[in-house]
Design a protein around this ligand. Sequence first.
Ligand code: NDP
Length: 510
Amino acid sequence: MTLTDEHVQQQTFEVRNPANGDVVGVYAVHSEADVHAAVARARGAAAWWSALPHAERSERLTQWRAVLTRRMAQLADVVHREMGKPHSDAMLEIVLAIDHLAWATKHARKVLGPHRVSPGMLMANQSATLEYHPLGVVGVIGPWNYPVFTPMGSVIYALAAGNAVVFKPSEFAPGVGTWLADSFAEVCPAHPVLQVVTGFGDTGSALCRSGVDKVAFTGSTGTGKKVMATCAETLTPVVIEAGGKDALLVDEDADVEAAADAAVWGGMSNAGQTCIGVERVYVHEKVYDRFLSSVVDKTRDLRADTDLEAKLGPITMPSQIGIIRAHIDDALARGGRAVVGGADAVGERFVQPTVLVDVPEESTAVTEETFGPTLTVKKVRSMDEAVELTNATRYGLGATVFSEKRGMELARRIRSGMTSVNSVISFAAIPSLPFGGVGDSGFGRIHGADGLREFTYAKAIARQRFKPPMLLTSFSRDAKTDSRVAQLVTMLHGGASTLPKLPKRGRDRS
Ligand code: NDP
C-alpha cells in the first residue's frame, strides 16, 4: 500500500485482526525524516556494537535469546492478533527463529573472524588474511506472513555480524516488529542497535533511500523490483527474498503416505501464505491414484476458521482473496477439476482448502504465486517430466522431492535455492543452511555462514613476512627478474599435464 493524503494527515494507522476486523493497535506512519533520524541514530549504535569484543556481543545476543524464549507465548499472542494465524503456528515460527539466533551467535566469530589463506607461489613471502567486517547499518524490510521468522532471518544474521539494524515491518505486523525491537532494547538499553520504523510502502522506500549500507528485503517479486530500483539511486546493495511457486515431486518408489502428508501441510499450513509453501505437485503415474486419495482424505479434515480446532486461519491481506479466487476460477475455466474445495471455498476472510487436478500448466494456478490454501496435483509419466515441469517457472525458491532411491539426484536437478528430500520445508529450519532463491525468487542468502557473510564485506590483508627474492611490485624490477618469473611460471603451470589437449592438425578446420 502507498501513502495517501489521509494517512499523512493522520500520521498513524490502525492494524486490524484479519479474522474479525477488530482494531488491535495504532502505529505511527514514519516519514522520510523519521527514517533518516533512525538511521543516523543507528550509525552511532553500529560504531559501538561493532567495536564490542565478540564475547560481549555474543553475551547480549544470548540474553536476547533468553528474553525471547521466556516470553514466546506473549509474542505468539501478538502474532495471532495481528495476522490471525493459529497460536501453535505462531509458536512454531518463534522457536525456529530462536534456533537461528542460537546458531548465528555461536558461529559468527568462526565464520567471520580472521582466516589465514594461501598466498600462492609468487607471493610466498606474504601472509594472507581474509576476514569479514560489518557493513554498518542494515535496513530490513519484512513481510507479514511469518512476521517473526522471516525478518529475523535477516535481523539476527545482520546483528550477529556486528551491524545495527533499522527494521520496517509489514503494515500488517507492526506490533510484532515493535515487540522484537523492545525486547532487544532490554539487553542493549543505552544503544539503539535494533530500531523499528512503521508505516506503509513509502516508509520502506524511505529506508531504501536513507543511506543504509545494505537493504535486506523480503516480500513479493513486484515490490522487490521497486526496492531494487530505489536502492540503485544510491548504489545501496540489496538482498531480495521474494516469492515462489514451489513444487513437490513424488517418485514411484516414494513413501506415498508421507508425501501426501507433506503436500497437505506444505500447501495448507498458514492458510497457504508461505513463500516456500507447496503450490504444485507432480506425481508419478504409478502412485498417482493412491497419493491423490490420501491428499483428499487429509485435506477434508482441515478447516479455516477462528475456533481453536480450526487448523487454518484467515487470509491476512484482504487483496489476496481476489487473487486466490482468480487462480481457482482460471484453473476451472481451463478444464481443471476441484476434488476438494473449489470456487465456493473462497469467502470474505477465509479460504477453505482446495485441491485441483487436471489443471493445464499454463493456468495461473500453476504459473503464478497463489499464496492461498490450494494445491494443483498432476500425474506425470516419469520423474524427468516432473523435473522439467518443476523447472518451467520463472521462480526458483524451494522444492520438495519424495523418492527412496533418487532423492538427491532429483534434488540437484531442480533449479531452486533449496530442496528438501523426503520431508517438507526442513531446509528453512536448519540454521546452518543458506536460505534464498534464484530467478524471480530473488538473490542473496540469509541463514547459515552465507547469511552471516551477506551482511559484511570481505577484507583482504596481505602482510609481508620477509623480503622476496624477486621484488615484483617495484620499478627496480629488471629484465633478469622478468625472465626468472617467466621460467618459474612455465615450470609451475606450463607442464605437459596442464596443457589442454588440442585437436590434431588438419582435422579441425572450423
Ligand atoms: P510485499 O511485497 O507487499 O511487502 C513486503 C514489504 O515491503 C512490506 O513491509 C511492505 O510494506 C514493503 N514495501 C511495499 N512497497 C514498498 C516500496 N515501494 N519500497 C520499499 N518497501 C516497500 O509482500 P507481503 O508483505 O505481501 O508478503 C508476501 C510476499 O512475500 C509473498 O510474495 C511471499 O512469497 C514473499 N515472501 C518471501 C519470502 C522469502 O524468504 N523468499 C518469505 C516470506 C514471504 P507495507 O506492508 O507497508 O506495504
